[in-house]
Design a protein around this ligand. Structure first.
Ligand code: BEZ
Length: 241
């Protein structure tokens, strides 16, 4: 069938997915894989801040959608406390953050009291209640060979055009580095504005690289301040303002 994708898979329950058997192997059919440059799948979900339609809620902002394996778990508790603490850093970059855990909203609300008590900052962004795993499935946040029931730690950064700009997958046992997410957002926002790329371990304010597709002739117009040619393909300049 045109547009149908088939993935070999372990059968983990049928939820809304179709599994078909071909010569002793089950294939998962029509699963949407969310890749860079794709439109972020839209959804309407219950959250700790009421019903949210994702695309409407994003409006013209950037967005970060990040998943948690389960409520009342220790690593997640520290992650949510940290994101709450640095929310002003997301705000000043025009980024809205939204969390998800595969438990219902009333469970999230109880958990948030513990997060405020132990992490020193109340959760100040919506948390999606995903008891039916609708959003987790939409974004492929459940990796059945890691766990049939819990989501992995996914992070999606979404641009104002609703396209996926970054996708990260961490195991349940490893808490994420949200300063790294801010660093990537700085790079994404800079490179959306200027025809540059950012080198290894770049942080905001550091030197950048002229994009490979930009000719020297075009670069003269785009970057009249000049640059240093280390190799013809490696042209370095101070971060444009
Ligand atoms: C945690 O958040 O601590 C956690 C959750 C699921 C599995 C392992 C750790």
């Amino acid at each position: 069938m045109a547009g149908t994708k088939l993935f070999p898979t372990k059968v983990v329950g049928f939820r809304e997915f179709t599994h078909i058997l071909i010569e002793d192997t089950y294939f998962k059919e029509n699963i949407m894989t969310v890749r860079l440059g794709d439109t972020a799948p839209d959804f309407t979900a219950e959250t700790t801040q009421g019903t949210i339609n994702f695309h409407e809620w994003l409006g013209d902002s950037w967005g970060v959608l990040f998943s948690h394996p389960k409520d009342f778990t220790p690593v997640c508790t520290t992650e949510l406390g940290y994101v709450a603490r640095i929310k002003p850093d997301f705000d000043k970059r025009n980024v809205k953050v939204i969390g998800l855990s595969v438990d219902p909203v009333d469970s999230h609300v109880k958990w948030e009291a513990d997060i405020a008590e132990t992490q020193g900052t109340p959760v100040n962004f919506p948390m999606i209640g995903d008891g039916d795993k609708k959003v987790s499935d939409l974004y492929e946040m459940i990796h059945p060979n890691a766990s049939d029931t819990m989501t992995v730690r996914s992070v999606f950064v979404i641009g104002p055009d609703k396209k996926i700009k970054l996708s990260l997958t961490y195991p349940a046992s490893t808490g994420r580095n949200f300063d790294e997410i801010l660093r990537v957002i700085d790079s994404l926002q800079l490179t959306a504005k200027f025809k540059v790329a950012t080198p290894a371990n770049w942080v905001n304010g550091g030197d950048v690289i002229i994009g490979a597709a930009v000719s020297d002739e075009d670069a003269k117009t785009l970057f009249p301040q000049g640059w240093k040619t280390v190799k013809p393909y490696l042209r370095v300049l101070a971060q444009p303002k």
